[in-house]
Design a protein around this ligand. Structure first.
Ligand SMILES: [Zn+2]
Length: 265
């Protein structure tokens, strides 16, 4: 593999218990093998605080803060204000707001609560001038409607672990969003995601692990980790008929300009 490959894992959950025993090794391994930046994503107040702490340890990790749709019911006005204060007082570490959004598959929080907490956080991210990281599972129409009503988003955003078709991808790109592709793209039956990964404009594409979940082939079913961004990126490069180094260069540039942060590539 060429030495100048530099990838960024745009979405990982380094604060989760799965990494507790070997977090240093997980980060070192990624950086050593060319995944030189990791964005670790908050899902509630405690995990956002943990994400900020991890980012404080190394320039290779930056953090985002937010209440995941699963946790929307836990997002009180006080805890949302604490999140905003966390972002505001750690500007060097916090590069985005999320993950936020709608999950109509699991519905761990009532959909109506999800929608109102989603809106509230979109407004907060705009005030803080941070890009937003959106989780959307089987809620494309409502996501698009709410983004349209709460936008425009000058700082942009990410549809993380993108699960729509090409038509939906184009609609969110028109709203100044990027499309982030996870390891699912390496699975045999992921035809729709492969089509999106292949067709989306390269300057709108990002790669992610969503670790510890959704490990790419050949690690499917095991713990995912930032290093495996390599496998996802290699598959997308293959689908697009590009060299890995070229795909890495553009997705890394996209990620750095979206998060307004330069990793040490
Ligand atoms: Zn996530």
């Amino acid at each position: 593999m060429p030495d100048d490959v530099c990838l960024i894992d745009s979405h990982c959950h380094l604060d989760m218990a799965d990494y507790q025993s070997d977090l240093d090794l997980v980060i070192d391994r990624a950086v050593q093998y060319r995944v030189k930046g990791i964005v670790t994503i908050g899902i509630d107040l405690a995990s956002s605080q943990a994400a900020v702490s991890i980012a404080g340890l190394t320039r290779a990790v930056r953090a985002t803060v937010g209440f995941h749709p699963h946790d929307a019911a836990k997002a009180s006005p006080a805890s949302l204000a604490q999140l905003a204060a966390l972002a505001d007082s750690n500007k060097a570490e916090v590069v985005g707001w999320g993950e936020i959004g709608l999950d109509y598959v699991k519905k761990y929080s009532p959909p109506e609560t999800q929608r109102s907490i989603f809106r509230k956080q979109l407004q907060m991210a705009r005030e803080l001038k941070l890009p937003v990281i959106i989780h959307d599972r089987e809620a494309h129409d409502d996501c698009l409607r709410i983004i349209s009503e709460e936008g425009p988003f000058e700082q942009g955003g990410i549809m993380h672990c993108f699960s729509g078709d090409l038509n939906f991808a184009q609609k969110v790109i028109d709203k100044n969003f990027h499309i982030s592709i996870p390891g699912i793209v390496t699975y045999n039956k992921a035809n729709e995601m492969q089509e999106v990964a292949c067709q989306v404009p390269l300057e709108r594409l990002l790669v992610e692990t969503d670790g510890p979940f959704l490990a790419p082939v050949p690690f499917r079913g095991k713990r995912n980790e930032p290093l495996y961004t390599l496998y996802t990126a290699a598959r997308i490069a293959e689908l697009r008929g590009l060299e890995l180094v070229e795909l890495a260069r553009q997705t890394t540039e996209n990620c750095q300009s979206l998060f307004n942060y330069e990793f040490d590539c």
